[in-house]
Design a protein around this ligand. Sequence first.
Ligand SMILES: [Zn+2]
Length: 275
Amino acid sequence: MAGLLFGTGGTPHSARTASTIDGIERSVELGLGCMEIEFVQGVRMGEAGARLVAEVAMRGGVKLSAHAPYFINFNAHEPEKIRASQDRLLQTARIGSICGAESIVFHPAFYLGDPPEQAYDRVKKNLKEVIEQLKRENNRVWIRPEIMGKVSQFGTLDELINLSTELEMVAPCIDFTHWHARAGTFNSYQEFTSILTQIKERLGRTALDNMHIHVSGIAYNKKGETKHLNLKESDFQYIELVRALKDYAVKGLVICESPNLEEDALLLQATYNSL
Ligand SMILES: [Zn+2]
């Protein structure tokens, strides 16, 4: 990975249409380096469409990632819900990989009142089955469970690092904003670098050379995230975060999920380049 690239979660608002291809073309015009394809309401792209997306992205020099549907819960108690969750992640990985995406992001689970260790074991077992299927298909994307912003959601930094050490092809999607929203902490240079240090110590320097990051502004209460905000309307210390990423020479993709998408993606990129 060349360096740290910045882009939007989904097609930029200023694109001609909301299509993925127009999103990539607009990202090129804006000077952004990456984009996350949002399959959050379902994977509604076929293989031919995905090949076209790959071509346009390659030509424009835009790196892609893909976000799986929201309706996934690897800790569901009903076998049919587990199977549906596995299928949604598999389908995202299949189409995403044809698009040229190297990372597939998903929201792993809800605790549903279960003890976290029990949820962890179930998530691990069900995710492992997906990984084994992808290996059979010779699909070598990174499967990235995301740090989640609500305390009812599975997906703490520790849980994701543990999954990454225990399962092949798994690496964390570090959503710094969600991690901040869970407890209101993790909003300073020192706290940001402590996360990076922990990743380096447990997953190795290669993990910092291939990071997948989500950033936005956020509103939260004692249960965690309530909604995403634009960076300048929130308390999130994005300049400190960008400084930490630069000081640690982090490489990979930074996907901006603020409501204003490209405005904050460009703000993050400009901040990074100014340091
Ligand atoms: Zn997400």
